[in-house]
Design a protein around this ligand. Structure first.
Ligand SMILES: N[C@@H](CCSC[C@H](N)C(=O)O)C(=O)O
Length: 620
């Protein structure tokens, strides 16, 4: 009776809210009586309308309410609060009314007439009550799967993990044994989780060893007013869900989101700040982020201040009370590899009421875990170490707070930058080897940094893992590896250019995280969109060379870099001896200045090394 009186199911409204979906227009109203598609407004004092929106349906609804409420002793006021819902079941023995077989035949005649009634265009079949449900049940029995809406699944997992932790070890053990509840912390180390993700909301009846690729734009629905877990790939796709759930587990996040690029991901984060708000960002940041913050964000009425993020007092002074809503941190920074104190920046930002996003692309959660350091959002350009082969672009966001996750999902769906299924599939494949690749590339970078630090052509080396250099200690306190990217200066842009161009094993390209080693001049490539005068003011020199180590043999890489540097040094000689031109590093240094710079840098490094040795001696 109840389903015959309401225009929409109560649980349909609840499900739509959980899934972040709207409900069909016209089936429900808000607390003011306005028709709404927003399930939250219906649940917040609104109501489901009767099936005909008129007095006949209302009369029937009132009858149902009286029969299943006062008559059977169920709650009559706040049924949700009382959790006492009633049912009245009426059973009629047909024999009291006449011959059973005759009644059965007349009943069948009515049902046949209804089934055979003419249908509207586009309607294939008229279903009697119960028929649709029986078919769904049969389909699920055959496939062995019950699809669960991803948000509902997350909620169930959260409830299960809470139950497991509140019931103590015995409950957790019991949960693990019956498969119902798992402890909140992953059972395995991250490198294992990359290959053996925790079971998620997407199930596969065939036991495919690779993740299924749902290369589809749309999904058929059980009915016109009932929805399955997916309807349209912009809103959600099982292959994307698999990637997002696995990434959330790796980040220790509540939720993760996959986007078409790192920039699409960071752009969504900036959209969390409303007009009139203010963003604080670093002054050594990826060129694309800088371009977004300089040219796109202000047009939305949001102001941006760039500061030296290694200087905490500068970060604090940049905050505008009541207006600063977001702090964007890179650590290490791109491309000068400066190290910022993530914990301290988080506490300053939170004190000012701002969210913190960390661009963790150089590190990934394998090496640095921004959410554990207190950040609200961890962002990773997955084009790099997730994809790993330079064949796909993607970006990931991971959030801790479920409410923030809902806002990010809303933007992902509304703006349509969710990652396409095939790219999700490539990313899922990339994840399997991410630890191996990253560890090997980072080991290569560490050895190369040591070698470069002692090279006479190098005036400055930037590598977060190089002990004795600024930020290295801090980096060690918040990350487990220096990563696979380093940069250095030579004091002469022509020398740097020659190094880049003379290498054979390094591809001259933007980006990093490729299995193949990459080399670039950021000011002319990844950071070219930052105006030259801004780069100069921020201390980003034209002669900076950035290397993203791949997984080749490190001795081959160093020897290739060595021969390129030898050639570059020869090229530089005539200028040094002759004109001493000022075309150096964008700041006007000539090659003779560069030689002095190199000497000073070498002396500083020797002094730092001696200080370290002294400190070690004192400790013994
Ligand atoms: N032409 C592109 C440059 C992409 S740089 C990619 C990467 N994040 C890096 O740091 O190398 C653009 O203008 O965005």
């Amino acid at each position: 009776m109840d389903m015959a009186t309401a225009a929409y199911a109560w649980f349909g409204v609840l499900e739509a809210k959980t899934a972040g979906r709207s409900i069909p227009l016209g089936v429900a109203q808000d607390a003011e009586g306005n028709i709404t598609e927003d399930p939250s407004k219906v649940l917040d004092g609104g109501a489901i309308r009767v099936f005909d929106g008129s007095h006949k349906g209302s009369n029937l609804a009132l009858m149902v309410e009286l029969l299943a409420g006062p008559l059977v002793g169920a709650a009559v006021a706040d049924k949700l609060e009382a959790k006492n819902w009633g049912n009245l079941v009426l059973a009629v023995d047909p024999e009291l009314l006449g011959d059973r077989d005759a009644i059965r035949a007349r009943t069948q005649a009515v049902l046949d007439r209804v089934k055979a009634a003419p249908t509207l265009p586009g309607v294939d079949e008229i279903l009697l009550p119960g028929e649709r449900g029986a078919r769904v049940a049969a389909q699920r029995l055959t496939s062995g799967m019950i699809p669960v809406e991803p948000n509902l699944y997350r909620g169930l997992k959260l409830a299960a993990s809470k139950a497991a932790s509140s019931n103590g070890a015995a409950a957790a053990a019991n949960g693990a044994a019956n498969g119902a509840a798992r402890p909140a912390a992953p059972r395995y180390k991250l490198s294992t989780l990359l290959l053996h993700p925790e079971p998620g909301s997407v199930t596969d009846p065939y036991g495919a060893s690779g993740p299924p690729l749902y290369q589809t734009a749309t999904f058929a629905q059980p009915g016109a007013t009932e929805f399955g877990p997916y309807d349209y790939t912009r809103s959600g796709n099982p292959t994307r869900t698999m990637l997002e759930e696995q990434w959330a587990a790796l980040e220790g996040a509540d939720r993760a989101f996959a986007f078409t690029s790192g920039m699409a991901a960071i752009a969504v984060v900036t959209r969390l700040v409303a007009a009139g708000g203010h963003i604080v960002a670093g002054d050594d940041i990826y060129g694309g982020t800088s371009r977004l913050l300089a040219n796109v964000v202000p047009a939305c009425g949001v102001d941006v201040t760039n500061v030296d993020m290694t200087d905490l007092s500068a970060v604090r002074s940049a905050m505008i009370p009541g207006r600063t809503k977001l702090v964007i941190v890179e650590s290490p920074t791109n491309p000068r590899m400066q190290v910022c104190d993530i914990r301290a920046i988080v506490s300053a930002a939170h004190a000012a009421g701002a969210l913190v996003v960390v661009d963790n692309s150089f590190m990934t959660p394998l090496f640095q875990r921004p959410l554990d350091l207190g950040a609200d959002i961890s962002m990773t350009s997955g084009t790099k170490y997730i994809g790993g082969h330079g064949d796909t672009t993607l970006g990931m966001l991971a959030t801790r707070d479920p409410e923030l996750g809902k806002r990010v999902y809303f933007l992902q769906n509304s703006e349509g930058a969710g990652l396409a299924p095939m790219d999700c599939w490539l990313a899922l494949r990339g994840l399997k080897t991410m630890a191996l690749r990253l560890e090997r590339a980072a080991a290569n970078a560490a050895k190369m940094a040591d070698w470069l630090a002692a090279h006479p052509l190098v005036t400055r080396i930037n590598y977060a893992g190089l002990q004795g250099t600024p930020g290295a200690e801090l980096h060690r306190a918040q990350a487990s590896s220096g990563g696979a990217v380093l940069s250095f200066t030579t004091g002469d842009v022509e020398v740097s250019k020659a190094i880049v161009e003379e290498t054979k094993l390094f591809k001259v390209t933007v980006s990093f995280g490729n299995v193949v080693s990459l080399i670039s001049l950021p000011c002319y490539m990844s950071h070219a969109s930052i105006p030259a005068e801004v780069r100069a003011a921020r201390g980003l020199p034209d002669d900076l060379v950035r290397i993203a180590c791949g997984i080749e043999d490190v001795d081959d890489l160093i020897s290739d870099l060595g021969q390129a540097m030898e050639k570059a040094a020869r090229l530089a000689k005539p200028a040094a001896a002759g004109t001493g031109n000022g075309s150096g590093n964008g700041g006007g240094n000539g090659v003779s200045d560069a030689a002095a710079e190199r000497e000073a840098a070498l002396l500083a490094r020797i002094a730092a090394l001696e200080a370290r040795l002294d400190a070690q001696g004192a400790g013994r």
